[in-house]
Design a protein. Structure first.
Length: 303
């Protein structure tokens, strides 16, 4: 095997296989497309067989590519174990943990906890990606991701280990002088009579709200779609529409918006952490799981 067939090649191949796309894999590996393509071609020459089937909209693994993917995951996983065990002896050695979370985990749960964890562990980097809960479960089960943060009630693959890690409540936010501002709580069905501001159509949360609206016999009247909840609150402040957002986000806007609890059971949501097998994770990943699984401080209810 040629000398250039190294850990960089293996990591690149993992990224390409996970993305089913050389361009996206190159971005995740912090490489140019030309460099990534050349490395993969060299790997195929070294092995004497194609690893990928190139198509117009991506790539598929050949049988040899699937076999290499399996061994590449084992090699990278073993490397992370080595880094974890040697960390006490080699403080300059860096480790990386791969985490994938749904929209709510990234918006509400992970930022503060990851900040504290990374501050306490300067030699650890976290590769965090956003995804849909069902896709995350499949990625964890396939070994593509070490740690997943997903929605409650999702049937995880039988081989996954899961644990609850947090909860949050969805609330309605309205401008301070809106006609609903005096409501102490409101049913979701009544919210549907007003123009709304929401997330983009491809998000799992927006799909969930569409489903709840259908069950209520109505449709969401979305005036604007945005990428984040803070952007949504800014638009609501300017009286373009109302919005349903996580309570922790809404609390940042209490001086500009009125928070109204939703009178719905589904408004209280829970987050679940899932891993393939806790004991098989690298020591650093195990530490992160324990850190994320700590009980969050109690929150006062919305007044």
């Amino acid at each position: 095997m040629a000398e250039r067939f190294d850990l960089t090649d293996l990591r690149l191949f993992l990224h390409v296989a996970d993305a089913s796309n050389i361009t996206h894999g190159a971005l995740r590996a912090n490489m140019t497309l030309a460099s990534a393509s050349e490395r993969i071609r060299d790997m195929e020459v070294d092995l004497g067989t194609p690893l990928l089937v190139r198509k117009r909209r991506g790539v598929e693994l050949t049988a040899a590519g699937t076999a290499l993917l399996h061994h590449a995951r084992l090699v990278i996983q073993q490397l992370e174990h080595m880094r974890g065990e040697l960390n006490d002896y080699a403080k300059g050695l860096r480790a990386q943990i791969h985490v994938r979370s749904n929209t709510m985990g990234i918006s509400v749960f992970l930022p503060a906890r990851l900040a504290r964890f990374l501050s306490a562990h300067p030699n650890i980097d976290v590769d965090l990606e956003e995804g849909r809960s069902r896709d995350i479960v499949r990625a964890v089960a396939a070994g593509k991701v070490e740690i997943g943060i997903v929605a409650e009630g999702l049937e995880a693959a039988a081989e996954l280990e899961t644990m609850p890690v947090g909860e949050y409540r969805f609330v309605l936010v309205v401008p301070l002088r809106h006609e609903l501002a005096r409501c102490r709580k409101i049913p979701f069905k009544e919210v549907l009579d007003y123009d709304l501001v929401g997330l983009r159509a491809e998000t799992a949360w927006q799909d969930f709200l569409n489903e709840q609206a259908t069950r209520a016999g109505k449709r969401l009247k979305l005036r604007v779609r945005l990428d984040g909840f803070d952007s949504i609150c800014r638009v609501v402040e300017n009286r373009i529409g109302l919005a349903i957002v996580p309570e922790p986000v809404a609390r940042r806007w209490t001086s500009k918006l009125r928070i109204i609890p939703l009178d719905e059971v589904w408004a209280l949501r829970h987050l679940t952490l899932c891993v393939r097998k806790l004991a098989s994770l690298s020591p650093h990943a195990q530490n992160l799981v324990k850190y994320l699984a700590k009980s969050p401080p109690a929150r006062k209810p919305v007044p």
